[in-house]
Ligand binder design. Structure first.
Ligand SMILES: N[C@@H](CCC(=O)N[C@@H](CS)C(=O)NCC(=O)O)C(=O)O
Length: 217
């Protein structure tokens, strides 16, 4: 049964849910919202913190993307996106938390928003926010490199929820001058190339979701 997703197309948090649906082969229906709709009473009734996305499935409403990702993985057939091995599962959880707590404020909200998203919408660029984000962005990339090590994916040799959560934020790191400098020479670039081959990643690309790129047939 279809997962209904309420959110702004192009948001990395919405993208994580789309990625999980695509990887599991679950049909989804994105009810597109505009920036600002998430602070209105209708949406706050779904998600009292005003953050996107929120989902509905079979009469079940849920918000908070880590919970949503785990729900989709557990509730549907299709390839498992959580490793069975406890240590690998812990790595997956660790990366998902690093992404939410440290990658989101630095690489996404600090650098990515100001360098990539703001120009698309003609919004002012906060140069101070970009500068302030750089040290934590660097720490994030080095920490993720350490965890990746010689593995193909963050939790081992199979794609997990950690890779889906991370790619939604790291995908556009090389596209900003600061991000490109920070990620230059990193083993994360080979991981990004591997992820870019996945149909789920191609189908949910930010510019494509925003309707800024032609959809492939
Ligand atoms: N902890 C939330 C975070 C979601 C989040 O930060 N979403 C961003 C969009 S990418 C958002 O709603 N931003 C709007 C705002 O903060 O007002 C979750 O995992 O669902």
């Amino acid at each position: 049964m279809t997962i209904v997703i309420h959110g702004v197309p192009g948001s990395p948090y919405v993208r994580k849910v789309l990625l999980a649906c695509e990887e599991k082969g679950v049909p989804w229906d994105l009810r597109a919202m505009n920036f600002g709709d998430n602070k209105g009473p209708d949406y706050l009734a779904r998600q009292p913190f005003g953050r996107i996305p929120a989902i509905e499935h079979d009469g079940f409403q849920l918000y908070e993307v880590q919970a949503i990702l785990r729900y989709i993985d557990a509730a549907f057939d299709g390839p498992a996106l959580t490793p069975a091995d406890p240590k690998a599962m812990a790595r997956m959880s660790q990366v998902m938390n690093i992404v939410d707590c440290y990658v989101m404020p630095s690489l996404s909200a600090g650098i990515g928003f100001n360098r990539i998203v703001a120009p698309i919408f003609g919004m002012p660029v906060n140069e101070d926010a970009v500068k302030v984000a750089i040290p934590q962005a660097r720490t994030c990339l080095r920490a993720l490199e350490d965890i990746l090590g010689s593995n193909r994916y963050f939790a081992g040799h199979q794609v997990s929820l950690a890779d889906l959560a991370a790619v939604a934020h790291l995908d556009f790191v090389p596209a900003s001058p600061e991000g490109a400098e920070l990620i230059a020479g990193s083993p994360l670039l080979a991981w990004l190339d591997r992820m870019a081959e996945r149909p789920s990643v191609q189908k949910t690309a930010m510019r494509r979701m925003m309707g800024l790129e032609e959809q492939a047939a």
